[in-house]
Ligand binder design. Sequence first.
Ligand SMILES: NC(=O)c1ccc[n+]([C@@H]2O[C@H](COP(=O)([O-])OP(=O)(O)OC[C@H]3O[C@@H](n4cnc5c(N)ncnc54)[C@H](OP(=O)(O)O)[C@@H]3O)[C@@H](O)[C@H]2O)c1
Length: 272
Amino acid sequence: MSRKLRLEGKKAAVTGASSGIGRASAINLAKAGCDVALIARDIDRLNETAAEIRKLGRQAVVITADITDGEAVRAAVETAVRELGCIDIFHCNAGIYLRCPAKDLRMDQIRKLMEVDFFGCLNCVYAVLPHMLQRGKGHIVTTCSMDGKKGVPPDAAYVAAKFAMNGFFQVMRQELRGTGVNISIIYPSRMDTPQIRHVDCPGITPKGDPDMVGRAVVRAVVRNKGEMMVPWFSCKLLVLAEAISYRLSEWLIRVNHLAGTENEEEAINEAK
Ligand SMILES: NC(=O)c1ccc[n+]([C@@H]2O[C@H](COP(=O)([O-])OP(=O)(O)OC[C@H]3O[C@@H](n4cnc5c(N)ncnc54)[C@H](OP(=O)(O)O)[C@@H]3O)[C@@H](O)[C@H]2O)c1
């Protein structure tokens, strides 16, 4: 059965749908037949995603919410359920990135990272999970990161948040077995989105098109995949290397310059 048929008429919600991977996920879910609630803070950019989805003939509901605000997230889920009728698929995707060596990090920066990337994601889970459990069906997808499998410098705070997310969702997936609610964890490598526009990546791991991740989200739901690495080969290689030895994986990161470099022009623009 085609993906389109499998997801035709399903109702999805995506956080961080105003940009990058979230936008790609929302559009790919719509291409597969879903109506989609789009959640983020920037209403103009959410409306741009909504316009793309409506062109595909699907319903798009724009909802502004900050995922660090539990009340706002609960209200966003209520609005999505009211407008769409239910939520079959929820993609917890919104997040921020911080590139800074651990020795230079401040505690407030680390707390903010955890607040958005980890606790913000959990705000979404606890807002939508009762709805799915009550219906006895649903699928929660989360955008983790390769950084949630293997820490790459200089991303200590971001890596900590993504490791936390990875652990939480791995356990939740096992606990929810038999409830009808499924969990998929997506581990993208570096993708060409505004989040890392100030990072130049080595030729061996060039930035990928966020659309790859959007397509992976659809595949993960249709095939009920517990986890998906995007792209598969380079991510799996690093995980396999670490399974053999820490030293080997850290050597691979070092010799291939996987940390990437700061693109000064973009960093200056960002600081303005
Ligand atoms: N790009 C990569 O290489 C890469 C690799 C692995 C994993 N990821 C993960 O993929 C996810 C999406 O990142 P991206 O690369 O697509 O970045 P992006 O283009 O910067 O998009 C981030 C999205 O998150 C939303 N967001 C940020 N803070 C929010 C908040 N407090 N409340 C609500 N929405 C918030 C933003 O929307 P508003 O600003 O409109 O609120 C935006 O839509 C993140 O979880 C990121 O960690 C990215």
